[in-house]
Design a binder for this molecule. Structure first.
Ligand code: 5AD
Ligand code: SF4
Length: 471
């Protein structure tokens, strides 16, 4: 048994990251354990978690399990959790209620909790005491050890907890079963060293560890050869890519080398304004296959709150970068993340945030009410706002955000834009995909266009999506 530990999770030493290439192996005794059995895997949270789940699926399939779309049919049920806000907590306990009910009639079902919440000391304590329906708990650092963890649990017939609060390594050669045949997630780095005071990620995901450039580029080349049209380079703070490698190679270099693989479309998430350098901007502007779409989290428009958040930029610096991006990258769409009601946020601070939104007129924004996370500095700060005030600020912010999102979309009406058709639309008989600027479009198109970048004329626009037809 290995339990998470908050103190250890904070540690950052100067030790070099280890790149481990041979740590994944399914023990012989586990190779057919899932034959004739099914797995159900539910994922919450960010793209990093979604991609981790693609690894987990592949590992389960290596043990013979096949995928089930419903929990009721499954022999093993896994929940890949997110810890970023309190509501994720509630979702997990709701999910466990359903599992408990299922296990009343089928005791042999195995239930596992993994992901960021499994890295939280307080969560694991709660699960260990009260939730006997949970058989295995493992964290973000040892996904590739799932076969061994499962083996131990089956052998000992007791709850198996294997969570490590370490700075972390880079594991190569973990299998992946990608959800899409058209677009792929590619990890370029893990963890984060920024320690923004509201954020749990540096504690749940370890220190910043970049993958080696050649490992990333080889993965992209293989994806191109397999017919993939789009890659999204993933990391908590991709702009800082390479800084921990001790070589003279930055995110700008990586973007350029990725562009040279000739993959049709390159995206990257997520950016921290602090590390966005000129080389990166120039490379994005230079290559047509790097999409003109940037997610640039603002978090707050108030210098005072930004300082309390530990964000290392001011409103002025943010706007300077924003304007530079708009000027140098033609047609660039920019979206953002904003937190309201951070401890100590006054009406004036909130107005500063609205002011930046009114200046930037974002294409879209993800907006959140601040949620205290145990162990982060923010959780110790006093918050005097009532729930009503917090909700009112979110509501006001959303009104402004939605107005600009709608305006940005309306500019597309009647235009012809490139769309990568990646799947079936929720609207029957149509396909869906995204423009280069990351706008969702439902397209009247024959299935033969699936997986292709096509020119689409936009015929109708709404706040969050558009309709169009192939021209
Ligand atoms: N409370 C509310 N929102 C948060 N985010 C991160 N931590 C918190 C928190 N404690 C938001 C930030 C981040 C996005 C992924 O989630 O805006 O950019
Ligand atoms: Fe969290 Fe800040 Fe790191 Fe983003 S940069 S993952 S918000 S600590």
């Amino acid at each position: 048994m290995n339990l998470p530990n908050l103190k250890d999770a904070k540690v950052r030493t100067k030790c070099k990251t280890r790149i481990i290439r041979d740590d994944y192996k399914v023990p012989d005794s586990m190779k057919n354990i899932g034959k004739g059995k099914k797995y159900y895997l539910k994922t919450y949270g960010c793209q990093m978690n979604v991609h981790d789940s693609e690894n987990i699926s592949a590992i389960l399939e290596d043990m013979g399990f096949t995928k089930s779309d419903t929990m009721e049919d499954a022999d093993i049920i896994l929940l890949n959790t997110c810890a970023i806000r309190e509501n994720a907590h509630n979702k997990m306990f709701g999910f466990l209620g359903r599992v408990k009910h299922l296990k009343e009639s089928r005791k042999d079902i195995i239930c596992g909790i993994c992901g960021c919440m499994a890295q939280e000391e307080s969560v694991v304590e709660e699960l260990r005491g009260k939730y006997k329906c949970v058989d295995i708990i493992f964290g973000t650092h040892n996904i590739h050890k799932l076969p061994n963890i499962l083996e131990e649990s089956l052998k000992n017939q007791k709850q198996e907890v294997e969570v490590y609060s370490i700075e972390g390594n880079v594991y190569e050669n973990i299998p992946v079963k990608r959800d899409s045949k058209v677009k792929a997630w590619v990890n370029i780095m893990y963890g984060c060293d920024k320690f923004c005071t509201y954020c749990i990620v540096p504690y749940t995901r370890g220190k910043q560890r970049s993958r080696m450039p050649e490992d990333i580029i080889n993965e992209v080349k293989e994806l191109v050869e397999s017919g993939y049209k789009e890659v999204t380079l993933l990391g908590q703070n991709v702009n800082a890519y390479g800084k921990d490698l001790g070589i003279d190679y930055t995110m700008g270099d990586l973007l350029e080398d990725t562009a040279k693989t000739k993959i049709d479309r390159i995206r990257f998430v997520t950016s921290h304004p602090w590390d966005f350098d000129d080389k990166m901007i120039d490379v994005i502007a230079k290559y047509d296959n790097i999409m003109p779409y940037i997610h640039l989290p603002l978090q707050s428009g108030s210098d005072r709150i930004l300082k309390l958040m530990g964000r290392r930029y001011t409103k002025e610096k943010y706007l300077e970068l924003f304007n530079k991006l708009k000027k140098k990258i033609p047609n660039c769409a920019i979206t953002t993340d904003i937190i309201v009601a951070f401890p100590g946020e006054t009406e004036e601070d909130f107005q500063d945030t609205l002011d930046v939104v009114n200046t930037c007129k974002y294409d879209s924004a993800f907006t959140f009410i601040y949620s205290p996370r145990i162990g982060t500095p923010g959780a110790l700060m006093e918050n005097k706002l009532s729930e009503k005030e917090k909700n009112e600020r979110l509501y006001k912010l959303n009104e402004v955000v939605n107005k600009y999102a709608n305006e940005a979309n309306r500019k597309y009406l009647g235009k012809v834009v490139p769309v990568l058709l990646e799947g079936e639309s929720e609207k029957k008989g149509r396909l869906m995909g995204y423009t280069d600027t990351m706008k969702l479009v439902n397209v009247e198109a024959d299935y033969k266009y699936l997986g292709k970048v096509v020119n689409v004329k936009i015929t109708a626009v709404k706040t969050w999506s558009m309709d169009g037809k192939i021209v």
